[in-house]
Design a protein around this ligand. Structure first.
Ligand code: ADP
Ligand code: MG
Length: 455
């Protein structure tokens, strides 16, 4: 079976080598691989609708190429957002039959994300129960709290805690065999084993053999088991095998078991046998503490408490999204060469997020963004100075206004002290040529474009 995480890590390595760090950090690093489709697409989940649009617009071709290079059976990438995710995971079922896409599947030591540790998890009233339960299970697997089920909304740290258990066990009890699988992979594997399995044994037996020697089974996002009758059936038997042998089972879900539907009743009751720990959205103080930790662990950056608070106030119920804003602020600060300790910087970086949909991109906005990007005065940008440091930004600004807003050339001229349409036309042609021939200009335009067109 195709190892999607490995594939994505290959693809992102390629992208990272080709892109400037800022763009890579902001747009690529936040994508999450979901599945591979029958027509050869690697499906990638963007953190938001606007992120999806930006990636589509600016990086689609680059990503397509990297995907093709990483696996010759694939042809392109498909960027989706959260609301489309379920559809693709369902679709995945039908794809497995396309056997050639799936390489040899072997039970290998799962790669837990190194930074998803207990140490890096900030504990607050919203998650302390789940945290304590996860620690107890990591210290004494199989003895109490079996199964452990952690449930809560998207981006609240369920996967983080699961990996933290995995990392802890790998470090402290390295003889234990752990099997970590997102629930949709379970379905893929099952279908895969039907295709490739030993014809003398039934599928169920084949599949269960794989799990016989596992000490700890982790299934992430069990809500996707809903309606998967075949997978549920097999899982029921695996569950019983492991449970009877005192092996630890750990599950996560974005909703309580009774809301996973349709789900076989006998499986549901088993999910509820052990300990159920709920994670709810963290309060403001916890969110600030989480951001503080991320600033240090992920970015080694100094961010002031006011800025952290400013960010934490923007997002209430999804830590992943909040982290995205932190990344934006830190990279914007780097870009303009100011410290991420100033509220002004944070405000500018998140301007579009603050005003969100009500924010209309107009010519003045594009002029403002261009001025702050090049650190020049508006009176200079729109004035008559002829030195290169001003002229090129001015032409880039004209180009962007033309490309983004499609205003008539004369109208654009009006913003620059009444220049006539031939000047604007000249600027537009010159910049579009430079984009093809000059990497610096290309990068400047794409940075600006990204800052301006965020929705
Ligand atoms: P879920 O699986 O619940 O959707 P994740 O575990 O993927 O969410 O968490 C999303 C992001 O938020 C991860 O980067 C994770 O490290 C971070 N996160 C969530 N809760 C915490 C916390 N309490 N402390 C530190 N980071 C957290
Ligand atoms: Mg998760």
């Amino acid at each position: 079976m195709l190892d999607i995480d490995k594939l994505w890590s290959d693809v992102s390595d390629k992208l990272s080598a080709q892109m400037i760090t800022v763009s890579y950090e902001v747009w690529i690093k936040n994508l999450e691989p979901v599945c591979v489709t029958k027509d050869g697409a690697l499906v990638l989940l963007a953190a938001s609708q606007s992120a999806k649009k930006m990636v589509n617009k600016n990086y689609q071709t680059l990503i397509d190429t990297a995907v093709k290079e990483s696996n010759s059976l694939l042809s392109h990438a498909l960027i989706i957002e959260e609301s489309e995710k379920e559809k693709y995971i369902k679709l995945q079922d039908e794809n497995i039959a396309d056997e050639k896409l799936y390489l040899e599947n072997k039970l290998k030591a799962p790669a837990f994300t190194a930074k998803y540790t207990f140490d890096n998890f900030v504990v607050g009233s919203s998650n302390k129960f789940a945290f304590a339960a996860a620690q107890a299970v990591a210290e004494n697997p199989g003895t109490k709290h079996n199964p452990l089920l952690i449930y809560g909304g998207v981006g609240l740290g369920k996967t983080h805690l699961m990996h933290a258990i995995g990392n802890y066990i790998k470090q402290h009890k390295s003889d234990l065999k752990i099997l970590y699988t997102p629930s949709n992979n379970l379905t893929n594997e099952l279908v895969d084993s039907m295709v490739k399995g030993n014809k003398d044994k039934d599928v169920n037996t084949n599949f269960r053999e794989k799990y016989r020697n596992v000490d700890i089974l982790m299934i992430d996002d069990i809500q996707f088991l809903a309606g998967r009758t075949g997978t549920q059936e097999v899982l029921f038997h695996i569950f019983n095998d492991l449970f009877q042998n005192g092996k630890q089972i750990i599950l996560t879900s974005d909703r309580p078991p009774k809301e996973i539907s349709p789900l076989e009743e006998r499986l549901r009751t088993r999910f509820e046998w052990g300990l159920i720990a709920n994670i709810v959205p963290p309060d403001l103080e916890t969110r600030v503490a989480i951001l503080q930790k991320k600033a240090i662990v992920d970015h080694a950056a100094q961010v002031s408490p006011e800025v952290l608070r400013f960010i934490a106030e923007k997002v209430e119920s999804n830590i992943r999204e909040m982290e995205g804003l932190l990344t934006k602020v830190i990279f914007y600060a780097n870009l303009i060469g100011k410290p991420a300790t100033s509220l002004d910087v944070a405000y500018d970086a998140l301007k579009d997020y603050v005003d969100n949909k009500s924010n209309v991109v107009d010519a003045n906005y594009i002029i403002d963004v261009t001025c702050s990007y090049f650190n020049i005065l508006k009176s200079d940008l729109c004035g008559k100075k002829k030195n290169k440091e001003i002229v090129e930004p001015r032409q880039i600004c004209m180009y962007l206004i033309y490309e983004i807003l499609g205003l008539p050339l004369n109208t654009i001229g009006g913003y620059f002290g009444g220049k006539d349409h031939t000047t604007i036309l000249y600027a537009k042609d010159k910049i579009s040529n430079l984009i093809d021939t000059n990497n610096i200009v290309k990068r400047e335009v794409s940075d600006l474009y990204k800052m301006i067109v965020k929705n």
